[in-house]
Design a binder for this molecule. Structure first.
Ligand SMILES: Cc1cc2nc3c(=O)[nH]c(=O)nc-3n(C[C@H](O)[C@H](O)[C@H](O)COP(=O)(O)OP(=O)(O)OC[C@H]3O[C@@H](n4cnc5c(N)ncnc54)[C@H](O)[C@@H]3O)c2cc1C
Length: 573
């Protein structure tokens, strides 16, 4: 069997190695248009930031060594130009010699990846405007920073590549602006979680300009002038274009393979519309098993898993790809930002019946030094209890929670059952009730009506708002129009509360409000715990206030504004 592979990085190299492990006799040729195979795309921003010091560390496999170990004909600097499906052959151009030649196949595997979107604006092609995809791309950026001439930078786009680049530029002492067309960073997150990321970015000196589009880049002596639709003109030494990626589908399209909304269409065996051609990685569209919808989710795990599925099926070992739920993590300065599944925005759009929980548990026992909170937003099906998605922002241990939730989603574990699982615990590592257990307990209490929940964005204005924090906490951070009774005084002051109104009770994060909720319910009041308490209030208010006007700058001042603002439900009364 003769197998040709287009692309030699995450998907292509993983496929080739697995294929060889399954079939010693197959002839395997891997074509890579660049000069490197199997390099660490994910490490590129950290090389610019000098966190990864040596370029060599980005090169996971060298062509000669990889070719020798797996007996694969690795052809770097060879670009596949077209596919002739009728005669089962491809046309290749050797980029070193310019020579063109053909190669026949029994099976063809496409793993050409996704390319950065270069905005169709004046000046996008100027020297000094960079995209980040390959080792040569990042080498140019790194050399410029090393020269000491890069004092100011604009990063266009606040997805994970943009944010990673901004962090690494800031790490090198470069004054960095991020311009994002949406009203928040990290579009996979809901805005009430993204604002936590906004605070971390701004706290580290990066200037965050939301709800703004770059419309023009021009030369200004040795610098570049970046103009935005809101009228800003930012003069910088370097521009990083990180405004998303698009699947490389041209080769497949020209060959008449079926293309979906964005990527190449494949079945669960990773076969394209031609049974002799498989496609994997960033170039394909996949099913999201939570919603059943087809999506483009360009991440390394799917590329590698799909590579194994394709190799298994070609080798006759039946295997199915079970979809992608978008489990991902990114470092944002001192915060770990991770998520799995789908967000609230999408649930609203799809009109799915959901409930949500906000939790702020510590990553390990509070009494052991170094404990830090993890902000968690958990979304689940309010009818079946199946988990839709989870977003988390915190320190150490954050991604561990998300990995557990990812398995729970895949295994369709009912949220209430999360209370039943035992996890590692000793003070330096966790708590006897892990954040995942907590989610199960809170959901169960809510579903059984033992401690019903509500949310800041669901308050109508006719509730009696009850703050059960301490006097000191309230003096420091007051929520306007909230009636204050510390939880420890509640049993003796019940006659101060109305019996004809819903009581919406909150504390700092939700634990004391749960105690209050139980006292009130057992005394005949109609009471609800506002999930996430005051911490969720700050995020809710900041989400309302940040990024609505064009060119909104997130600054310490705009972050602090929330502390002297009337809640929206009060304004709406
Ligand atoms: C800066 C950056 C950071 C990232 N960080 C993360 C992260 O932290 N976590 C994560 O999960 N994912 C991350 N990703 C995404 C991840 O790298 C991709 O999802 C993964 O590499 C996709 O694998 P692939 O094989 O589909 O494509 P790629 O790895 O992009 O490989 C495709 C290769 O095919 C070659 N090619 C294309 N067309 C042809 C042709 N016609 N002929 C020959 N060769 C061709 C290209 O040159 C390319 O080298 C990051 C990506 C980037 C760019």
């Amino acid at each position: 069997m003769k197998i040709l592979v287009v692309g030699g990085v995450a998907g292509g190299a993983s496929f080739s190695a697995r294929m060889r492990r399954l079939n010693e006799k197959a002839e395997i040729i891997m074509f890579e248009r660049g000069e490197y195979i199997s390099f660490a795309n994910c490490g590129l921003p950290y090389y610019a930031g000098d966190v990864i010091k040596e370029k060599e560390n980005l090169l996971i496999q060298k062509p000669e060594k990889f070719g020798k170990r797996f007996n694969i004909d690795v052809r770097i600097l060879n670009e596949v130009l077209s596919i002739d499906r009728v005669n089962k052959k491809i046309l290749v151009r050797n980029r070193k010699t310019g020579e063109k030649y053909e190669e026949t196949y029994d099976k063809l595997v496409l793993s050409p990846g996704a390319e950065p979107v270069m905005l169709p604006i004046e000046g996008a092609d100027l020297e000094g405007v960079h995209r980040i995809r390959t080792v040569p791309d990042i080498e140019v950026v790194r050399k410029k920073i090393d020269s000491g001439k890069v004092k100011k930078a604009v990063v266009i786009g606040a997805g994970f590549i943009g944010i990673e680049m901004a962090e690494n530029l800031a790490h090198r002492g470069v004054e960095t602006y991020v311009v994002e067309m949406l009203d928040q960073v990290m579009p996979n997150f809901d805005k009430d979680m993204a604002v936590i990321i906004h605070r971390e970015i701004v706290r580290n000196g990066v200037i965050l300009n939301l709800n703004d589009k770059v419309c023009k880049i021009s030369k200004q002596n040795d610098a570049l002038c970046v103009e935005t639709e809101s009228g800003k003109k930012i003069v910088v030494d370097i521009v990083i274009m990180a405004s998303g990626v698009k699947p490389e589908v041209q080769l497949a399209k020209d060959a008449g393979l079926k293309i979906g909304n964005k990527g190449i269409l494949v079945d669960e065996y990773m076969r394209t519309s031609d049974p002799n051609i498989f496609a994997i990685g960033d170039a394909v569209e996949v099913k999201n098993p939570i919603t059943g919808t087809i999506m483009h989710i360009p991440l390394a795990w799917p590329a590698v898993r799909q590579a194994l599925v394709a190799a298994n099926n070609i080798a006759g070992v039946e295997d199915k790809y079970k979809g992608t739920i978008g489990t991902s993590v990114v470092k944002v300065f001192s915060k770990t930002v991770a998520m799995t599944g789908i967000n609230e925005k999408m649930l609203v759009k799809m009109n799915l019946p959901y409930e949500k929980i906000y939790l702020y548990p510590a990553n390990h026992a509070g009494y052991y030094p170094g404990a830090s909170p993890i902000a968690l937003k958990i979304l689940y099906n309010k009818e079946t209890g199946e988990i839709f998605g989870v977003q988390a922002v915190g320190g150490e241990g954050t991604e561990k929670q998300i990995d557990i939730f990812s398995v729970a989603i895949r295994a369709k574990i009912n949220i209430e059952n999360l209370a039943d699982y035992d996890f590692c615990y000793a003070p330096p590592y966790g708590s006897s009730k892990s954040p995942v257990n907590f989610a199960g307990m809170v959901a169960k209490n809510h579903r059984l009506g033992l401690s019903p929940l509500t949310h800041w964005d669901r308050l109508k204005g006719d509730e009696f708002l009850l703050d059960v924090r301490t006097k000191e906490e309230v003096e420091e951070t007051r929520v306007e129009n909230a009636y204050h009774i510390p939880v420890d005084e509640l049993r003796n002051r019940l006659d101060e509360l109305p019996r004809d109104k819903k009581i919406a009770v909150f504390c700092r994060v939700g634990v004391r409000a749960h105690i209050a909720n139980r006292i009130l319910i057992q005394n005949g009041f109609k009471s609800y715990n506002i999930s996430g308490g005051y911490k969720a209030y700050v995020n809710y208010m900041q989400a309302k206030m940040q990024g609505n006007e064009p060119g909104f700058l997130v600054t310490e001042e705009t972050i602090n504004e929330v502390f002297c603002t009337t809640p929206t439900w009060e304004k709406n009364k």
